[in-house]
Design a protein around this ligand. Structure first.
Ligand code: G3P
Length: 256
């Protein structure tokens, strides 16, 4: 049973039957040795310092990159880009998406196969285009893991899953940018994948804020990939700061 399906079942149980039903369902999963896959956190950057900082926090499950992020970090030229992927894999013990540049089937396959040899954690990132879908199916048949990127509709998400993509990346922020609601797409995808037990994991991308992360968790996205600042912003609450200040001040009064 896919993680999306399990999450949907838990959500339905919790909504219909309340907390007791939810605990009963979790007990059922435990008894039958089924496990719910916890939401994964990926960082969306090519910057090694940011990757190290997120990894040091102890909550990082992987990394996504794209050609824009490589360029932003000043990584140019094939050798430097391939080296950066290896450097990232040596920091994080988790999946690392490496995007192909080719847009024709033969080129995507050649590039993807080369990327996949770099490290066991490399996931080949393929754009949602016609030859990309063909390549996703090819890679899936070869046992090469993939991330289908630039997904903006439920129809595209169905194609990616049918082609056997390991991950599919809906771009939440860019949908919000054109005054649509990125959360609606993720919600639709969770339901569709659960209907058919698709194994493809929903990797919510183009995350712009901590609220996006929380929304994805509510809906049941399998993975979020976010810039470091959105992960760190999850830490913030003014009452935490005020409360800590008072605890420390009270301690000081009694212990100085
Ligand atoms: O993973 C895709 C993501 O990097 C796109 O983010 O902010 O450029 O829309 P953004």
């Amino acid at each position: 049973m896919s993680s999306s399906l399990l999450i949907l079942q838990v959500r339905k149980q919790a909504k219909v039957g309340g907390r007791c039903a939810r605990y009963e369902f979790l007990h059922f999963l435990f008894y039958h040795k089924l496990k719910i896959i916890v939401m994964k956190f990926f960082i969306d950057t090519a910057n090694l310092d940011e990757i190290k900082e997120a990894n040091d926090l102890g909550i990082l499950d992987g990394v996504t990159t794209n050609p824009s992020l490589m360029a932003k970090d000043g990584v140019t030229g094939t050798d430097a880009i391939l080296k950066r992927y290896v450097d990232i894999c040596n920091i994080v013990d988790g999946d690392v998406s490496a995007e192909v540049i080719a847009t024709d089937f033969a080129g995507i396959v050649k590039e993807g196969e080369n990327l996949a040899t770099l490290h066991k954690n490399i996931v080949v990132k393929v754009p949602m285009i016609k030859d990309g879908v063909k390549a996703l199916k090819y890679f899936s048949d070869q046992g090469i893991r993939t991330n289908c990127t630039l997904v903006f509709s439920a129809g595209q998400a169905i194609l990616a899953a049918k082609a056997g993509a390991t991950y599919v990346s809906p771009f939440m922020g860019r949908i919000d940018d054109i005054s649509w609601d990125g959360t609606d797409l993720i919600d639709q995808m969770v339901e569709i994948y659960a209907n058919y037990g698709f194994e493809t994991e929903i990797l919510a991308a183009s995350i712009r804020s901590p609220l996006h992360i929380v929304k994805c968790a509510e809906i049941g996205a399998d993975v979020v990939t976010t810039p470091l600042k959105s992960i760190m912003a999850l830490l913030n609450h003014p009452l935490t700061d005020v409360g800590l200040e008072k605890f420390l001040a009270d301690y000081k009064k009694g212990n100085s």
